[in-house]
Design a protein around this ligand. Structure first.
Ligand code: PLP
Length: 393
């Protein structure tokens, strides 16, 4: 769900992209992006386009034809990285893992030993399976072998820790419509001096004009290099979404995502629905819960009933998991008690309609019990965002 304060900010009058008031907003967006990515990188700005525009900008700006790229793949978004890297002319070495499990850093190390590597690309939060891949070890391995690390943080930014500097991630890219609760349309990216040197030191021209990070960086700098026409309303929206992150504070925001995800999972357990995946809790996304569709249940009919009768949308699945799991998001503005409880009540109703046996109210009761037990232990957690304030564009 989009945060209403973000939508209000987006409907304020447009400014010209070189209007001093707008360039001041751009500076604010860069500062807030550094805050969200936990970085002191001088490069931190949004690429126009959805999440994959950020990934494509990173790869197309770094990779030259023939460069060796190691990609970790254990889900649909790892496959996307492979596909983009191939289109950039990379010699891709894919390190494949089971969907629903982590990639073992030792497998990446083995691939790095296979030849000079320009960069390693990994997905931080694999939205297709709910896996959270630790990045610090992979960054160290990449650097030991003279490679850069590019991380897809599209689903994780604003929902759980993305510590770009502490983990030494060279390039991180995100999106606006996941845990930032802004409509899709911009891809915040940040990269360090090593990545910048690799971009500036290319032998060949970046093949895309629109996604050339060098040109985009010059536009998002005091030089105000004339490139594309800024999607002004999107920039307002991103600024408002990032302000909301800063006002809430990173720790409180991550704790809120954890709290509501845990309450949802307590409720699902009480409904007799199994979680998908074998990894322990610290390697799973707190705000995206993949669940196994119970035997004998028509998964499409359940999702249709949730939308039509309750206005609740949950995710289907991709590739080999299609029809086998649902993915329930509790991201950003959606991470609130009222939405978790409605989702559990709706799911119980729809599952009963399919002949799945549960005791009445069990899911909602278990979630409420979780909130009651977690509440005093987490005084900083705002479990309900309440009525949003007036936007300030
Ligand atoms: C959503 C998502 C993307 C793609 O983003 P779009 O905005 O759909 O282009 C890429 N990677 C991950 C991990 C995602 O969750």
């Amino acid at each position: 769900m989009a945060d209403p304060r973000v939508l209000r900010a987006m409907s304020t009058p447009l400014l010209g992209q070189f209007d001093p008031e707008f360039t001041e907003i751009m500076n604010e967006v860069m500062d807030l992006s550094r805050f969200a990515f936990q970085t002191r990188n001088s490069r931190a700005f949004p690429v126009p386009g959805t999440g994959r525009a950020g990934l494509e900008a990173a790869l197309t700006s770094l990779v030259e034809p023939g460069d060796r790229v190691v990609v970790a793949e254990c889900g649909r978004f790892g496959l996307l990285l492979i596909e983009i890297a191939e289109r950039c002319g990379a010699e891709v070495t894919a390190v494949r893992g089971e969907w629903g499990r982590l990639i073992d850093p030792a497998a990446i190390e083995a691939a790095l030993k296979g030849g000079t590597t320009k960069l390693v690309a990994v997905v931080h939060g694999e939205t297709s399976t709910g896996i959270l891949q630790p990045l610090a070890d992979i960054a160290r391995l990449a650097h030991d072998h003279g490679a850069l690390l590019v991380a897809d943080c599209v689903v994780t930014l604003g929902g759980c820790e993305v510590a770009v500097d502490r983990w030494a991630v060279d390039v991180a890219t995100a999106g606006t419509q996941k845990c930032l609760s802004c409509p899709s349309g911009l891809a915040p990216v940040t990269y360090n001096a090593q990545a910048e040197a690799a971009i500036r030191g290319r032998r060949t021209k970046v093949r895309s004009n629109y996604l050339d990070l060098g040109q985009l960086a010059d536009y998002w700098s005091p030089a105000r290099f004339n490139h594309h026409t800024a999607p002004t309303a999107m920039v307002y929206g991103l600024r408002e979404a990032l302000r909301a992150v800063q006002e809430e504070g990173l720790e409180a925001r991550f704790a809120r995502h954890r709290l509501h995800g845990d309450a949802l999972r307590a409720g699902l357990d009480a409904l007799g629905v199994a979680l998908f995946g074998k990894e322990p809790r610290e390697h799973r996304l707190p705000f995206l819960t993949p669940v196994v569709v119970p035997d004998g249940v028509d998964e499409l009919r359940v999702r249709r009933r949730l939308v039509e009768d309750f206005g609740v949308e949950i995710g289907a699945a991709f590739g080999p998991l299609q029809g086998k799991i649902w993915r329930i998001g509790t991201m950003g503005y959606s991470a609130q008690r009222q939405f978790v409880l409605v989702c559990l009540a709706a799911l119980e109703h729809a599952l009963r309609g399919e002949g799945h046996r549960t005791s009445a109210g069990a899911g909602v009761d278990a979630a409420l019990a979780h909130y009651a037990s977690a509440g005093p232990a987490n005084p900083d957690v705002r479990d309900n965002l309440g009525a949003p304030g007036i936007g300030r564009v």
